[in-house]
Design a protein around this ligand. Structure first.
Ligand code: SAM
Length: 254
């Protein structure tokens, strides 16, 4: 079976045959695939690609993508931008084979993002399509952010996915109880931005928020964040499956 994304036909037959591991990654990707497949005609409006458009422009760029998955984001990036060096990191071997088959000129690294981060040289853009990141999970991604952002040749732009959005209203008290001054949805992005600045010297410049996820673009230094709230049929991926939701959310955050 093929899905068409931008100028690419992505073959997914191998992927759908995967049996291992049975939980987590496969179920998660299957949900994403289903959702994105249904929406592939709207590929150009995904939040993370929209954010990249704000900064990448026409000139050549280099990209390191963590959490490559099925390569849907990869295909959209290839379709939109002139990328002279493109590295994709993915932990799941069959997905790495799938990425290599579909994108022979991309450097696909099979490995754990937390161990590979910081060893791949300079890229102007780092894109992290985290499987499950929220403001309470900064420690979980610290290996990646520290290795990439606290070094001399750190990326100019970082785009990442935050999965807290779907349940944010329900979690306001939970965040407040943990000492985070989050009373509105924009507060979430602002508090997250301040925390990222304190840790890594980067802050969020743009946030593109959908129903399930928020996409954030970080730059070096302290900047005022601009939030574009795209409620409704926005083209960002929107997975309603319960499995996905419980996979994304940690205990106590739902
Ligand atoms: C949200 S999906 C990525 C979707 C992908 N960006 C796309 O557009 O098709 C997350 C991916 O991260 C991978 N992954 C999970 N933990 C990882 C890790 N520690 N290191 C590298 N990849 C990981 C999973 O196998 C999964 O394919």
């Amino acid at each position: 079976m093929y899905i068409k994304v931008g100028g690419f036909n992505i073959e997914i037959e191998d992927y759908l045959d995967l049996q291992e591991p049975k939980k987590g990654i496969d179920a998660h990707n299957a949900q994403i695939l289903k959702s994105r497949h249904q929406r592939d005609s709207k590929i150009n409006t995904w939040g993370n690609i929209t954010l990249c458009e704000k900064v990448l422009g026409e000139s050549k760029c280099s990209v390191v993508e963590y959490f490559g998955g099925l390569g849907i984001t990869t295909a959209a990036l290839r379709d939109k931008f002139d990328i002279e060096m493109h590295t994709v990191v993915e932990i799941h071997p069959p997905l790495c084979r799938h990425l290599r088959d579909n994108f022979p000129d991309i450097n696909v690294i099979e490995g754990d993002a937390r161990k590979v981060a910081g060893k791949l040289g300079y890229h102007s853009l780092m894109l992290c399509d985290f499987p499950a990141f929220t403001i309470l999970r900064l420690d979980d991604v610290d290996d990646i952010f520290s290795a990439e952002l606290l070094r001399d040749d750190s990326p100019d732009y970082v785009v990442f996915t935050d999965s807290a959005w779907r349940w944010l209203s329900l979690n306001l008290k939970n965040y407040q109880n943990r000492g985070l001054p989050i009373y509105t949805k924009p507060d979430y992005i602002k508090v997250l931005s301040n925390m990222l600045y304190d840790r890594y010297g980067y802050s969020i410049k743009y946030a593109h928020t959908g129903i399930v996820c928020a996409y954030c673009l970080m730059v070096r230094g302290k900047v005022e964040v601009q939030i574009n709230n795209i409620a409704g049929d926005d083209g960002s991926y929107n997975v309603h499956g319960k499995e996905y939701v419980s996979f994304c959310m940690e205990d106590g955050e739902k």
